[in-house]
Design a protein. Structure first.
Length: 202
């Protein structure tokens, strides 16, 4: 079954700063073996809360794409820019040219641009690859997430944070909780000391 995600032409966010999960859900349902009718029934229900995308005014190009980072109003222009770049230069080159900048805001919108890109890469859908990158660029904001440090066990690190007085943020959207945590200079300093250079899984 061929998926026609282009017909679900909606904003990457809805209701303020809530992520649009519909493309990822559609791909998940497809991957689990659900049929077209079932997927379209879900999409028909979900898209009622979403807003359609406006038309692009062609504002962004390879020379100025950094100038509009973090401007969600430029989502459509970023999507047009990234889609043209992928078709012209290939996905690998586009990722190589843009990811070093985008990764600086990897936790923006609670990692949803990265998650959406992961789905787009797995299923090889260019329109989703470009929209995921556009979403990421349009909400780009530098975040103090460390990239290196000394090795230590994660549970010990969490225990030490509690001893230092950093209580968990127990309410609100996950992005709000992330923002509260990383706005604490003491938390950031501690994480800089505790993140290993390489994380081993198993």
């Amino acid at each position: 079954m061929k998926l026609h995600l282009d017909k679900y032409n909606h904003q990457a966010r809805w209701g303020g700063k809530l992520a649009n999960h519909m493309p990822m859900a559609i791909l998940s349902l497809h991957g689990l073996g659900f049929g077209r009718e079932e997927i379209e029934e879900f999409a028909s229900f979900y898209q009622k809360r979403l807003e359609e995308l406006p038309k692009s005014i062609g504002l962004i190009n390879s020379s100025n794409w950094r100038e509009f980072l973090g401007e969600y109003e430029c989502l459509v222009e970023y999507n047009e820019y990234f889609q043209a770049a992928i078709l012209r230069d290939g996905l690998h080159r586009v990722l190589s040219n843009h990811m070093p900048v985008l990764v600086e805001s990897v936790i923006a919108d609670a990692f949803h641009p990265l998650i959406r890109l992961g789905f787009a890469l797995k299923f090889g859908i260019v329109s989703e690859q470009s929209m995921a990158l556009a979403y990421w660029a349009s909400i780009h904001q530098l975040r103090p997430i460390p990239l290196s440090g000394v090795d230590q066990r994660w549970m010990e690190s969490l225990t030490q944070l509690r001893r230092l007085g950093f209580d968990a943020v127990a309410s609100g959207l996950i992005q709000f909780r992330i923002d509260v945590s990383i706005s604490n200079p003491g938390f950031v300093r501690h994480v800089h000391r505790g993140i290993p250079d390489k994380i081993s899984f198993g």
